[in-house]
Design a protein around this ligand. Structure first.
Ligand SMILES: Nc1ncnc2c1ncn2[C@@H]1O[C@H](COP(=O)(O)OP(=O)(O)OP(=O)(O)O)[C@@H](O)[C@H]1O
Ligand SMILES: [Mg+2]
Length: 318
């Protein structure tokens, strides 16, 4: 364990009666890093955030923020961190600036100092155009930005963002991504939870994948993709009716993804198989499909996506 880590988690566990929400997880986040805590519904993401931000106490194990223990040194931890919860905590009836002011006051900022911090975050998050608009009238993405701005009004060392983009449309999501990426430049350590692989892949230096309260994988996005094994051969078929014949022809290859038979979809079906011999496998696949005159619109070799890694890992854990 490194004393210089921003977040250290060791065998952290939390049970609610008979529900073991976290079954002893361990990881570390370096200062200034962005960690993506990834997992499906109920995997323990919010529980981890509430323990690290001292909102609840662990059942077992330990965690610290910049060396301060979350149980024995909780007051110090609260000075070091800030949290944007899974459910936005803004007051809809107040304007953006009024909400920022409420947050600032809660953390002890007053008068000129408070006004100057509000101006700072309004500029940093490009909120000038909405400062005097009621938060209830803002788009989801803009609301999220006000929410993150409020969490940063105290200049925390460590920021927790619990599912910052869930429920946002792609454009708003991209705006929040820019905001989070900007925090890196400020040297703030960020732990963000997400259900979106793409989000973790884009933003995080390291990823911890949770499933049912346990860590199922961790590492850089690149390493996790490598861990998923050899490259894959992805093909798009011209005719959905060919799917069964294709799978028959490729029966000796590991199927990573194939269209669901029952799905009456109008899109061209996509089949993904493991390519242990790289381009050799792709050539072999083409030869076999040509031999039985199956039309392929597109075929190629690529690395497995984080999505495929995740499904593979959570499936083997079950
Ligand atoms: N206060 C509580 N009392 C009882 N069980 C709880 C409580 N809080 C969480 N749990 C349970 O702990 C498990 C983990 O929940 P948690 O909220 O941490 O998951 P999550 O990964 O944040 O999920 P989501 O993606 O839905 O937000 C779930 O089974 C949940 O039902
Ligand atoms: Mg949650």
């Amino acid at each position: 364990m490194s004393a210089r880590a921003a977040i250290t988690v060791e065998n952290l566990a939390k049970s609610y009666g008979g529900v073991h929400a976290l079954k002893g997880i361990s990881f570390e986040v370096g200062r200034g890093e962005i960690l993506g805590l990834l997992g499906p519904n109920g995997s323990g993401k919010t529980t981890t955030v509430t323990l690290l931000s001292t909102l609840q106490r662990p059942t077992a194990g330990a965690a610290s923020i910049c060396g301060a223990d979350v149980v024995s040194d909780a007051a110090r931890v609260r000075e070091l961190i800030s949290l944007t919860g899974q459910y936005a905590s803004m007051d809809d009836t107040l304007t953006a600036v009024e909400n920022l002011s409420v947050f600032g006051r809660l953390t002890g900022l007053r008068s000129a100092r408070l006004r100057s911090r509000i101006d700072d975050v309004v500029e940093q998050f490009d909120l000038g155009g909405v400062r005097d608009r009621r938060v209830g009238a803002l788009s989801g993405g803009m609301r999220r930005r006000v929410d993150i701005a409020a969490a940063l009004i105290t200049r925390p060392q460590v920021l927790f963002l619990d599912e910052p983009t869930t429920g946002l449309d792609p454009r708003s999501r991209a705006a929040v991504w820019d905001t989070v990426a900007g925090l890196r430049a400020e040297g703030i350590t960020v732990l963000l939870t997400t259900q979106y692989l793409e989000e973790a892949d884009r933003l995080a230096d390291n990823i911890v994948m949770l499933d049912q309260g346990s860590v199922v994988a961790s590492g850089t996005p690149g390493r996790l993709k490598q861990q998923a094994g050899a490259a894959v051969c992805e093909m798009t078929l011209a005719d959905r009716a060919d799917t069964g014949r294709v799978l028959e022809r490729l029966a000796d290859l590991e199927v990573i993804d194939a269209p669901d038979d029952s799905a009456a979809s109008t899109t061209h079906p996509r089949v993904v198989v493991r390519a242990p011999d790289g381009m050799g496998t792709v050539r072999e696949v083409i030869a076999r499909l040509e031999a039985v005159r199956i039309d392929v619109i597109d075929i190629g070799l690529r690395q497995p996506s984080l999505d495929e890694v995740f499904f593979q890992l959570t499936e083997t854990a079950r």
